[in-house]
Design a protein around this ligand. Structure first.
Ligand SMILES: [Zn+2]
Length: 180
């Protein structure tokens, strides 16, 4: 099995295509954050307004990482830069086997999570692992560049779509017109 993606990549990938946002509702958000036990307690404290802000941060993270993967040298958007600059040291507590965030009284769950995920995106750029953007049409996903020739987030999905399209192109060029 492939190792799990860094959280910054997984967060960016919640916007998997132009029309698909995998954290559009609080239920979807909670299902996503459940995969990260350290974020779960604070993550479940995020309200509707907080999720809206987090989705904005996600869009900034995705743009930053996709541009970097495409060979550009983007400046982090103002929102991300502010988040990472102003981030106070997190308040942490062990819950069973997981270190988790405690939401300070003067802050909100969404802010604590946003700080962490913005920082995680910067950490990914600073210390890796190297990552790349999927070549799939309309796919916005990123993945850890485990092999230099890897082109798809999932070759069974995006790679296959391209193969099917290439195949039907070839057939259209060579087949005689069909009467229907
Ligand atoms: Zn893809």
């Amino acid at each position: 099995m492939a190792p799990p993606e860094p959280v910054a990549v997984a967060f960016a990938n919640t916007r998997s295509s132009t029309h698909r946002d995998r954290i559009a509702t609080l239920n979807e958000w909670r299902a996503w954050v459940d995969a990260w036990p350290g974020l779960r307690p604070a993550g479940h404290g995020v309200d509707a307004g907080g999720l809206l802000a987090l989705r904005g941060v996600r869009d900034d993270v995705q743009l930053l990482l996709r541009e970097a993967a495409g060979g550009q040298r983007p400046e982090p958007a103002a929102r991300l830069a502010d988040l990472t600059r102003s981030a106070p040291g997190p308040v942490l507590r062990w819950r069973a086997t997981h270190l988790t965030f405690v939401v300070p009284e003067h802050s909100t769950a969404a802010t604590v999570i946003a700080h962490h995920l913005a920082r995680a995106a910067i950490d990914l750029l600073l210390t890796g692992p190297p990552f790349a953007a999927c070549h799939g049409q309309d796919c916005r996903k990123l993945f850890v560049a485990s092999r230099p020739d890897r082109r798809w987030c999932d070759s069974a999905v995006c790679g296959n779509r391209v193969r099917v399209r290439a195949h039907s192109h070839r057939n259209r060029r060579t087949d005689p017109p069909v009467d229907v």
